[in-house]
Design a binder for this molecule. Structure first.
Ligand code: NAD
Length: 407
């Protein structure tokens, strides 16, 4: 089993082979500032009491308050949360926003809970962690299986406990509860802006054949945005498997199909495929948008795309990175590709603190500028150090972090 935190540290150490930042920076960044585990009691609908394990990892805050999502998943554990918090540190620095890195989670399959139980669990996470959270301390956001409604419960609980009325402690809230316009599609849209910025430099055609793994917030939004701009999505999947149509899938009809049958398989006019087959499908652009460790040394040889746009966090292991590099497949790394989410989260925090509400156009214009700048700065580092975009992005981030770090 791949340990995502070890993978994250391997990525960090690989940077040292192309640029020397000195021992101290690597030592400082190889552990989080704080990793907190809490037990959250929830009285269940049947009258029993269940204890859930929750986490918050505050990795590094030299650039600003800790920032990062909260994941609800049955496989979530501390090493995963530590890795995600580390990547947030790098990501915020790549994005050029005044935020540090953090991440949270609860080991739970949220689909197994009623809505009332889910609300108690979410409020319980805040009760246990309120002391370390706050607009200038630590600002959580949504991640896998956490929704604007959950963010609203959390924000409300935080206000009850602390009296803080800024609503700036949680981002990803519903718009009418202090959320930002554009937060929903932000990650997918940001990824699209990055791809557009680098498309010609990476030798991709104007209209790409795209394969997407994941049918959630990120995967679905990305698929819709790429189609709206003339690309075709030829395969897409969720946790149960995927569908393939060489001439492009009709997403509107596919969404209807999933709504009525509960799955993607069996979509008329398409072929059912497994997630393994999906990743190996021949295409111009492969977008992993589900989970970490999807492309490993086991399947890297079989990947048949020109470019990988990592919208999920950590979908490619360091061993697979090397294989793909040898095969000439370019990877636009997660810390750049999916930073649109945290960038709009930062915009939300900024609006809450200033008491402003920006239009969707303002948000997207600002997002476009940020993503374009970080894509080009990353590409520049890659060229300058004759290395890949992942190392290019890490170099950019470490330059910005080192400048503020005091040893
Ligand atoms: P989500 O819960 O909305 O969707 C996850 C999707 O992945 C679901 O469609 C699920 O069916 C699918 N899935 C689960 N296991 C799978 C498997 N083995 N194969 C194929 N599909 C599978 O989550 P999300 O918010 O879309 O997040 C997806 C990824 O993007 C995660 O890695 C997350 O950390 C990352 N990310 C999310 C955001 C954000 O703003 N939500 C920002 C940056 C990065």
């Amino acid at each position: 089993m791949n340990n995502p935190f070890q993978n994250a540290l391997t990525q960090l150490n690989k940077v040292a082979t192309v640029k020397n930042f000195g021992e101290k920076l690597f030592t400082e960044l190889s552990q989080p500032d704080r990793d907190v585990r809490v037990s959250i009691p929830v009285s269940m609908d049947d009258g029993s009491l269940r204890i859930f394990e929750g986490y918050r990892v505050e990795y590094n805050n030299v650039l600003g308050p800790y920032k990062g999502g909260i994941r609800y998943h049955q496989d979530t554990e501390i090493n995963e949360v530590k890795a995600l918090a580390f990547w947030m540190t790098i990501k915020c620095a790549v994005a050029g926003i005044p935020m540090g890195g953090g991440k949270g989670g609860i080991t739970v399959d949220p689909k197994s809970l009623s809505k009332a139980e889910l609300e108690k669990l979410s409020r319980g996470w805040v009760k246990k962690l309120a002391d370390i959270l706050g607009p200038k301390k630590d600002v959580p956001a949504p991640d896998v299986n956490t929704t604007p409604e959950i963010m609203d419960w959390m924000s409300d609980e935080f206000e009850k406990i602390t009296g803080d009325k800024t609503r700036a402690t949680f981002t990803g809230k519903p718009i009418e509860k202090g959320g930002s316009e554009g937060r929903g599609p932000a990650t997918g849209l940001g990824g699209f802006y990055v791809l557009n910025s680098l498309r010609a430099q990476l030798g991709l055609p104007e209209k790409c054949k795209v394969v997407v793994q994941g049918f959630g917030n990120v995967g679905l939004n990305a698929a819709e945005i790429f189609i709206a701009h003339g690309h075709s999505v030829i395969a897409i999947s969720d946790s149960k498997g995927g569908v393939y149509n060489e001439s492009g899938l009709d997403l509107e009809k596919l969404k209807e199909h999933k709504k009525s049958t509960g799955m993607l398989a069996g979509f008329p006019g398409s072929k059912d495929i497994t997630n393994e087959e999906l990743l190996e499908t021949k295409c111009d652009l492969l977008i992993p948008a589900a989970f970490e460790n999807q492309i490993t040394e086991k399947n890297a040889e079989k990947i048949s795309t020109k470019v990988i746009l990592e919208l999920a966090n950590g979908p490619v292991t360091p061993e697979a990175d090397d294989v793909l590099f040898e095969k000439g497949i370019a990877i636009i790394p997660d810390v750049l590709a999916n930073s649109g989410g945290v960038t709009v989260s930062y915009f939300e925090w900024d609006q809450n603190l200033k008491g402003e509400h920006w239009t969707e156009k303002e948000v997207f214009d600002k997002l476009f500028k940020k993503m374009n700048d970080s894509a080009q700065e990353t590409h520049k580092r890659g060229k300058e150090y004759s290395t890949d975009l992942r190392r290019g992005a890490f170099i950019l981030a470490l330059e910005r972090i080192k400048e503020k770090m005091q040893f």
